[in-house]
Design a protein around this ligand. Structure first.
Ligand code: DLL
Length: 432
């Protein structure tokens, strides 16, 4: 099933619509968002210089740093009374990245997530078990509004209490599961330990995203949970989940909802626009968003665009599964974490040396985070009890600041290898 006509538009028809929306967007941001007015002026550009889609490449990028500089609401293009919702995700340092939505934006988002659910095989008869976290994170409410827009029955369980989730999946008979791919494996395992035969459940498809995963994980999730595992992509800055999604027919790349988001692939170092099929950084321009429009937003996600037609009948281009990042952001148990945030916490604690290591691993489908920090000579001579207290405090501060728990280990002075160039502080040992 295909939910919206635009998913089948010819390239020509789609581009006419994109250009019309893009011209309106450029005018709107120039008039309403001082950041864009200044950026255009600096580049010697006016909205009228955008006459064709290819002119977009002349316009400036927007980065996460730009959003940080205008924290919290400085990038909004409407007065606050029109903003009905705010979400947030991790910034590179202390402050989160904030996204705002008008009533119309919320409706658009719900429609796009309904599209994604339909492309995974959901219908208005579906029961959607939504285990994405509800809150500032866009996963929970994004999938929730999508399921409601579709007319399905949504079960808003959010994250956690895994045994109870397994019970609800059995009792309510959900056919669609929404959660991160690593949580899907966690559910599978807990269910198996409870003696559940997953093949007896009604689950048909799972719509998984918010963190990197692989074909190997897809095969394992499908085998253990007896469902089709569909890749769903999005980011808070652009709208949340529902920027692109795979179709159940082909499961070969994620159709980008190009009538709302214009996608480019650029070279992460030079910023040059790359040809379809080449790998680089994804850049999105929001064509319809009202509260928080973004022009050429650099996602830092690496992928490539595939213009080939798809077996499902959708003509929207497909982005390949995200293969990595062009910055150092980690996603740990679904939470976006920048090493700079951990450093920020450590630097506030007296008696620590600026030598640390961050070790990420995956044990029984759960991400683990370990932070090793060198003590100063003075601290090293302290009593065990005192060191224990300090360890707990740092663990608490990290959890408080980042929202993810870490195991902290204070190590002896001069035991962390010194770098001979760029410090190698992060070790990601996960095999996904
Ligand atoms: O993770 C939105 C989302 C929620 C997407 C639920 C899908 C499902 P943020 O918290 O802003 O938003 O994190 C966005 O997560 O830039 C990618 O690096 C990563 N990411 C999201 N989806 C995928 C995916 C949500 N399918 C960041 N594969 C993005 C790989 C993904 N990485």
């Amino acid at each position: 099933m295909i939910r919206h006509e635009a998913e089948k538009y010819s390239r020509k028809k789609l581009e006419v619509l994109q250009l019309q929306r893009l011209r309106a967007l450029v005018q709107r941001v120039y008039a309403k968002v001082p950041f864009y007015r200044k950026a255009f002026d600096r580049a010697g550009l006016k909205p009228k210089h955008l006459t064709g889609l290819s002119d977009l490449a002349r316009f400036p990028f927007t980065t996460k740093a730009d959003l940080r500089d205008h924290y919290p609401f400085g990038m909004f293009a409407v007065p606050m009374r029109q903003v009905v919702r705010g979400h947030a995700s991790s910034g590179t340092t202390g402050k989160p990245t904030v996204a705002g939505y008008t009533r119309k934006d919320i409706k658009t988002w719900g429609e796009l997530m309904a599209r994604a659910l339909v492309s995974a095989g959901a219908t208005e008869h579906s029961i959607v078990h939504n285990a994405y976290g509800y809150g500032l994170f866009t996963g929970g409410l994004g999938a929730h509004y999508g399921a409601e827009a579709l007319g399905a029955t949504v079960v808003p369980v959010s994250g956690g209490q895994t045994q109870r989730q397994v019970m609800l999946l059995q009792d309510f008979g959900a056919d669609i599961l929404c959660c991160t791919p690593s949580y899907a494996l966690n559910l599978a395992e807990v269910g198996e330990q409870m003696g559940v035969d997953w093949s007896k459940l009604k689950l048909k498809a799972g719509i998984f995203g918010a963190e990197p995963w692989s074909e190997r994980m897809r095969a394992e999730i499908e085998r253990r949970l007896h469902l089709k595992a569909i890749d769903l992509y999005g980011l808070s800055e652009i709208i949340g989940p529902g920027v692109a999604c795979e179709c159940v027919e082909a499961q070969a790349g994620l159709h980008v909802y190009e009538d709302h988001f214009l996608a480019e692939i650029i070279h992460p170092d030079t910023g040059e626009v790359l040809a379809p099929g080449e790998e680089g950084e994804l850049v999105f321009t929001t064509l319809t968003k009202e509260a928080f429009p973004l022009l050429r937003y650099r996602t830092r996600d690496l992928s490539r665009l595939n213009p080939e037609p798809c077996a499902c009948g959708r003509r929207l281009r497909r982005m390949e599964r995200v293969s990595g990042r062009s910055d150092d952001m980690l996603i740990i148990r679904g939470v976006n974490v920048f090493p700079s945030q951990i450093e920020h916490v450590l630097l506030k604690v007296e008696g620590l040396e600026p030598h640390y290591q961050i070790i990420v691993d995956r044990v029984e489908n759960l991400d683990t985070l370990e932070v090793r920090i060198e003590m100063s000579d003075r601290l090293f001579s302290d009593e065990m009890k005192e060191l224990d207290r300090l360890t707990r405090k740092i663990e608490h501060d990290i959890k408080d600041y980042l929202g993810v728990s870490a195991q902290v280990k204070l190590v002896e002075p001069r035991t962390i290898a010194r770098s001979e160039g760029k410090a190698q502080r992060v070790m990601d040992r996960r095999k996904i």
